[in-house]
Write a protein that binds this ligand. Structure first.
Ligand code: ADP
Ligand code: MG
Length: 553
């Protein structure tokens, strides 16, 4: 709160468009909230709302869970979404960098710089930095060791070293196992969390894990026991419900209509028997149905020895197509040889209190990562980490360079910008230097969060870079400035490229805002499906103690 007040006081003294200043303060205030969570030593935020408590230092989940009222702060928060979505990492850095760029812009405005000069200078500096990045990167080490290092760097601080190394290895193996001839295919990896056990009980399974917990298939309500394991299985996938909705259906029938009722039931039973006949004609052993299956049909299927699953999720239907080669049909009558899939094994397994089914065929590269953890919260966190890790690995494969972490890349880029700015004759020089200062906020913040003096650390980093040590960064585990490659602290070059682009875009759009217009109708943008975030209001909400957002969800 004091932070926000300080910013409000500072901007009070600034001449010019009040709305612009308010926007900048709202963006800075949001970034300041996330600052203390950056890096392996970043501390958790405790998010409280709707009687629930969430502990996290994940930038993307923090901004996801707070209702941001100020449109400018919203622009900054979207940086976290695009960074997390595109790359799988760097959300907090992107917000911290945005905040630093806004703070620099605020000072430049105070010094009489025109917003346009700042916008242009930021754009030029960002272009320069992004052009320099590939030169700072190394491109030789496109291997699994580097992949593990990348994932470890991105998850340190969430877990202890042992679990970090374990999960990084698991993610890399899962990612690599899903490789087909044209490279790894993310849709071939299924991530499935089951509470119970420890992180180290997580494993990579060959095949597709189907969540049978959430599907209501049960063994008890059918007369014949369903097999737990079917080998060499013919598989059918039905993309609809398996019930008969006859128009002359039950509601109108009263007790006196017993005859009609009997006729109807006989008709339905005949229909269901024909379903089963079609399935047995095609030697179907296992049936997955996307919706529900009528109880009588379930019983007939069990009698025929067909293992039938109902309410299979839509995404699982797609995966089953890939894993077994089956084509989804709407009715058993549509079944033909081409639509029948195959699996070497379909096996129902029980783990803790959970049921899942493994579908495996040697012709498919479907793999599943079965993630374990003591509580639902830990499992959710682990799932998120692994999903992000796999996105991050895809970013690395799309562009195989790595850059040093621990602030090394930011210090190198800052030094380059300062050298380059000397050649700029006009005021842009000062703006470019401001971007250099903003980039150095990353190592300063990493140092501060780890309990080191940010100024001393920065001075040492600059010194080492001046001596030609372009990979010198801060290793927060040991507290010393060192070659980041030898410490394994690295990131895909693409992460840093997007980081700079995302932060600069958000900040320049805030600087371009010329006042806020309150409208009566909700403002909808194409593709913007974030609910409850359409409220547009300037300044701070009174009911959230001056903060430009309120804790929601
Ligand atoms: P983000 O959401 O931006 O990924 P993190 O909290 O994960 O935020 O912090 C990432 C930053 O921490 C990066 O700059 C990365 O280089 C740095 N980092 C990771 N591990 C270390 C380490 N051992 N020492 C110093 N910095 C590290
Ligand atoms: Mg990270």
């Amino acid at each position: 709160m004091s932070q926000v007040n300080t910013i409000a006081n500072v901007t009070d003294e600034v001449d010019g468009d009040e709305a612009v200043d308010q926007n900048i303060s709202a963006g800075i205030a949001l970034a300041d909230v996330l600052r203390t969570t950056l890096g392996p030593n970043g501390r958790d935020k405790m998010l409280v709302g709707d009687g629930q408590v969430v502990l996290t230092n994940d930038g993307a989940s923090i901004v996801d869970r707070i209702d941001i009222e100020s449109p400018a702060a919203k622009l900054v928060s979207e940086v976290a979404h695009s960074q997390g979505g595109d790359i799988g990492d760097g959300a907090t850095s992107a917000i911290v960098l945005s905040g630093a760029l806004l703070r620099e812009a605020n000072e430049l405005l105070e010094d009489g710089f025109h917003p346009t000069t700042i916008v242009n200078g930021y754009g030029e500096a960002a272009t320069r930095a992004r052009n320099r990045l590939p030169e700072l990167a190394t491109w030789e080490n496109h291997d699994d060791e580097t992949r593990r290092r990348i994932v470890e760097t991105s998850i340190t601080g969430r877990w202890d070293a042992e679990r970090t190394a374990f999960l990084a290895d698991l993610a890399v193996r899962g990612y690599q196992a899903a490789r087909s001839t044209d490279g790894p295919r993310l849709e071939n990896v299924t991530i499935h969390g089951i509470a119970g056990g420890g992180t180290a009980d997580s494993k990579l399974l060959d095949g597709l894990v189907i969540d049978t917990d959430r599907s209501s298939t049960s063994v008890s309500d059918v007369p014949a026991p369903l097999p737990r394991r079917v080998e060499d299985a013919n598989v059918a996938v039905v993309d609809d419900e398996l019930t008969i909705q006859s128009p002359e259906s039950t509601p109108q029938l009263s007790v006196e209509d017993t005859d009609a009722l009997r006729r109807l039931q006989a008709f339905e039973t005949g229909e269901y028997e024909r379903y089963v006949d079609t399935l047995t004609t095609h030697n179907i052993d296992v049936l997955f149905c996307q919706k529900s299956i009528d109880d009588r049909l379930k019983a007939l299927l069990a009698q025929a020895g067909i293992l039938a699953f109902e309410r299979t999720r839509q995404d699982e239907v797609h995966k089953l197509e890939r894993a077994t080669g089956a084509s989804p049909i709407m009715r058993p009558g549509e079944l033909n040889v081409g639509a029948v899939g195959h699996a070497h094994v379909v096996e129902r397994r029980t783990l803790g209190a959970s049921e899942f089914t493994l579908v495996r065929d040697s012709a498919s590269t479907q793999v599943s990562l079965l993630l374990r953890g003591g509580t639902d919260h830990v499992v959710d966190e682990t799932e998120r980490i692994v999903v992000d890790a796999i996105d991050l690995l895809a970013s690395f494969d799309a562009r195989a360079g790595v850059v040093p972490g621990g602030g090394a890349t930011e210090v190198a880029l800052a030094a380059d910008l300062r050298t380059w700015s000397r050649s700029i004759g006009d005021r842009t020089q000062i703006v470019v230097d401001a971007v250099a200062d903003a980039l150095e906020t990353i190592p300063r913040t990493l140092a501060r969060n780890a309990g080191h003096d940010p100024i001393d650390t920065l001075l040492e980093l600059r010194h080492r870079h001046d001596d030609g040590d372009a990979t010198a960064g801060l290793d927060v585990n040991t507290g010393d400035v060192a070659d980041m490659y030898s410490r394994g602290i690295v990131a895909p070059v693409r992460l840093n490229e997007r980081l700079i682009a995302n932060a600069t875009e958000a900040v320049t759009s805030i600087l371009r805002i010329d006042g806020i217009i309150h409208v009566d109708e909700p403002v909808h943008e194409d593709g913007d499906d974030h609910d409850h975030q359409h409220a547009i209001s300037g300044g701070f909400q009174s009911d959230s103690h001056g903060y430009p957002w309120a804790i929601g969800h």
